[in-house]
Design a protein around this ligand. Structure first.
Ligand code: TXA
Ligand code: MG
Length: 350
């Protein structure tokens, strides 16, 4: 298949391209598009055979359900059975935005996109390009991250093209996304809402609106508990670069000296080795390929660059990567959740 790549300037949207992309979606095809979190791979959510193509293009296990993207709040009624009061409040506060909620589904939602579950994940993204495309595509667009399963999620159109060229009808290039990691997922079917995947919208922000919020225990541990995560996708090794990634955690000076030691050993043994650090520590590393991921003063700079830096190391053929660790501050839980998964939970405490 010949994949068309179309540029859209968010400040001057070309509605001809949106119309073409909408037609591809209504005809049962696939279109990758930017959102404020990561690029998504869209298909008509209410057409089971269209959504099946998503699984094929990504190599995604069929038990891993998809998020339905909508472009107006009123679209919820057609696909979800019940909108609990907590959900109504969260919708009012955070939509459009990087928050996905799990509801009981109506029968119009095919089991093929929910991994056989009676619930469905829904989100209204805060991206003008995405919202216009969803509207043009019929209003209900299933969209996982637009990467090959297991690879870091795409934050630029070039990442999508790398993974999916020849497998999708169209890629809309709207530039680099803002947040850079996937939306927060909250299950609102239980009385106390539960975070199933951490993201930019954190527990404190949610609790300010709805009172107590719990967190799926499996998110908080280093992958050593038996329990299965409640979001099926969270059980897979994910976001992983090809190189072997290890996180080094501890006081800054200890992290720097341990990392320098490990890197020089690997370099001496002939391995291509990389370091993920921050603007604050860049000057302390003296061996291997050193990349700053952002500044500790601004967590968003770190989430914004995380997946891109992992992919850059892949492009360079780096075999070992050592990364600094991050505070469990407001977005820190989400950043560390992705980094730990990318590292297969390999962490050295110094
Ligand atoms: O930011 C995002 O959410 C991006 C953009 C494109 O919107 N999308 C995204 O989709 O990250 P994906 O498919 O990569 O991740 C969806 C996650 C998976 O972990 C999946 O298991 C979970 O949502 N999920 C979907 N439906 C669910 C359900 N009914 N119950 C529990 N978890 C669900
Ligand atoms: Mg994904």
């Amino acid at each position: 298949m010949d994949t068309k790549v179309k540029n859209i300037d968010v400040n001057n949207i070309d509605y001809d391209i949106i119309a073409q992309a909408g037609e591809v979606l209504r005809d049962g095809g696939l279109v990758a598009f930017p959102t404020e979190t990561v690029y998504g791979l869209g298909a008509n959510a209410l057409d089971e055979s269209a959504s099946a193509k998503i699984y094929q293009a990504k190599g995604r296990p069929s038990d891993n359900p998809l998020i339905i993207h909508i472009c107006e709040i009123s679209a919820l009624d057609k696909i979800v059975d019940e909108i609990p009061e907590t959900a109504q409040k969260l919708v009012q506060k955070f939509w459009p935005g990087p928050l996905t909620m799990i509801f009981k589904k109506k029968s119009i939602v095919p089991y093929g996109i929910t991994g056989g579950l009676d619930t469905v994940a829904v989100r209204m993204p805060d991206s003008k390009i995405a919202l216009e495309l969803i509207k043009a595509g019929g209003g209900y667009i299933a969209a996982p991250s637009a990467n090959t399963s297991g690879r870091p999620s795409p934050t630029k159109a070039t990442h999508v093209i790398e993974d999916l060229s020849g497998k999708v009808e169209m890629v809309i290039d709207g530039g680099m996304v803002g947040i850079g990691i996937e939306s927060t997922i909250v299950d609102v079917t239980s009385e106390i809402p539960m975070i199933l995947r951490p993201g930019y919208i954190n527990k404190e922000m949610l609790e300010e609106i709805v009172g107590k919020v719990s967190i799926d225990r499996t998110i908080l541990f280093d992958g050593e508990i038996e329990e299965k995560p409640k979001a099926p996708g969270m059980k897979y090794k994910h976001y992983a670069p090809t190189g072997d990634l290890t996180i080094i955690e501890g006081k800054q000076e200890n992290v720097v000296s341990k990392t320098n030691k490990l890197v020089s050993e690997k370099v001496r043994d002939g391995y291509k080795t990389g370091v993920i650090c921050t603007d604050e520590t860049l000057k302390y590393y003296n061996d291997g390929i050193v990349k700053s991921i952002g500044t500790r003063e601004d967590e968003l700079s770190i989430s914004h660059n995380l997946y891109d830096v992992l992919r850059q190391f892949d492009d360079l053929g780096v075999e070992y990567i050592f990364s600094e660790s991050f505070e469990h501050g407001s977005m820190g839980m989400a950043i560390m959740n992705r980094l730990l998964k990318a590292a297969g939970h390999k962490i050295i405490h110094v």
